[in-house]
Design a protein around this ligand. Structure first.
Ligand SMILES: Cc1ncc(COP(=O)(O)O)c(C=O)c1O
Length: 391
């Protein structure tokens, strides 16, 4: 079956953060929203039909997750990423950010040092700081828009007593897919210094241009023993509003402690529709996802070609995964506040402002390209026009 990603669905009035809160966040109604990381594509039929079938039963009381739920997750990971786990290695979370917070609370103590690698998805910072733990930055190294891990500095942070690393894999917002060599080096250091790794792999299904996702915990027992992996169908199938995510570990001690925390804060119940949607997505979603990936690749190529021609000075980070493009606008020589205002007022775009991603984020903007090509063209056209008419 051929799926249509070109059709435009009106999202205004649907309670959408991206569309309905534009004026609140950008102070203007007429910005084109290309910020929050969800997609403008409709959830595929086979997921909506499964949800509608459950809706047909008129009672939505407390439910539990069946064995099939966990088997479906294991089978998806095996099929998509060649990672063999047992259904019993899988735990529930109402979201990945809640999982990061619960892991920080359960596995570290106030004052402990936790490493993050900015520029990175901003809730990584609050997941540490909100609980009185100390943030340690291992800034990514950048060359011409391509980012790498600074292993020398990472080792010095581990040696100086860091307890945990929050890994973003693939990395939002810089679009990197960490390679086997990079992951092996990271695993080696984590094992050597006994650092627990929370590997946020929420974007791992969205591999572009032939890149392959290697789950950190799939590298071997040593590293698996100190890793909790976070995944979800929310980015992949546009289900973020259903609050259904997963935490995976093959270490039974970590699993027990994670689930103890999940019970303590009492958020393990979940959402019946999220459960049904997850099972349908992970059972029937391969073909739809393969087509989505082709569409996202084509969108990135449209963006890249357009900006190369019209804004050749702008450095665009190579997009290896995700649908979030990291744009370096430092050639405009504006202060960060002026740049933010320029994007909102002159380009009339709602993007994510680089500084929110921490050190290394200045002078950058993040653009969400998971939208029909016509909307994408409108957005990139607005930016190039504003840049070229700025004088
Ligand atoms: C790296 C990363 N982790 C987590 C999330 C959000 O996860 P959740 O909505 O399940 O809390 C996002 C959303 O953009 C993300 O990019």
């Amino acid at each position: 079956m051929i799926y249509n990603f070109d059709s435009i669905t009106e999202r205004r009035g649907s309670g959408s953060v991206k569309y309905d809160l534009t004026a609140k966040f950008f102070g203007k109604e007429d910005v084109l929203p290309m910020w929050v990381a969800d997609m403008d594509f409709e959830v595929p039929d086979f997921i909506r039909e499964a949800m509608a079938e459950r809706m047909g039963h008129p009672i939505f009381g407390y439910t539990y997750r069946s064995e099939k739920f966990f088997e479906t997750v294991a089978s998806w990971l095996q099929r998509r990423h060649g990672w063999r786990i047992e259904p019993d290695n899988v735990s529930f979370s109402p979201g990945i950010v809640p999982a990061l917070n619960m892991c920080v609370m359960e596995f570290t103590a106030p004052g402990d040092r936790i490493v993050v690698q900015p520029p990175v998805y901003f809730p990584f910072f609050s997941a540490v700081a909100n609980h009185g733990r100390e943030l340690m930055y291992n800034r990514l190294l950048e060359t011409n828009g391509r980012y790498e891990i600074d292993f020398g500095h990472l080792e010095s942070l581990f040696r100086s007593g860091a307890k945990m690393l929050l890994l973003c894999h693939p990395h939002n917002p810089v679009g990197r897919v960490w390679t086997r060599d990079e992951l092996e080096e990271l695993a080696r250091l984590a094992v050597q210094y006994g650092v627990l790794v929370i590997s946020d792999e929420i974007h791992s299904d969205l591999m572009l241009f032939g890149n392959r996702h290697i789950p950190l915990a799939s590298l071997g027992k040593d590293v698996a023993d100190l890793t909790l992996t976070c995944i979800a169908p929310s980015k992949t199938f546009n289900l973020a509003g259903l609050s259904t995510s997963l935490v995976i570990t093959t270490n039974p001690v970590l699993k027990k402690r994670y689930e103890k925390m999940l019970d303590a804060v009492h958020v393990g119940g979940g959402n019946i529709f999220g459960q049904v949607a997850l099972e349908a997505a992970y059972t029937h979603g391969d073909e739809w996802l393969d087509q989505l990936i082709l569409y996202l690749e084509s969108n990135y190529q449209l963006l890249y070609g357009h900006f190369r021609e019209h804004v050749p000075e702008m450095v665009i980070s190579p997009l290896e995964a995700t649908y979030l493009v990291w744009l370096d606008l430092s050639f405009l020589n504006m202060h960060d506040d002026a740049l933010k205002d320029f994007v909102i007022s002159r380009a009339r775009l709602g993007l994510n402002d680089g500084p929110m991603f921490g050190p290394g984020g200045a002078q950058h903007q993040r653009m969400n390209i998971a939208t029909p090509a016509a909307i994408l063209m409108e957005g990139i056209g607005r930016l190039s026009k504003a840049v070229n008419e700025r004088h």
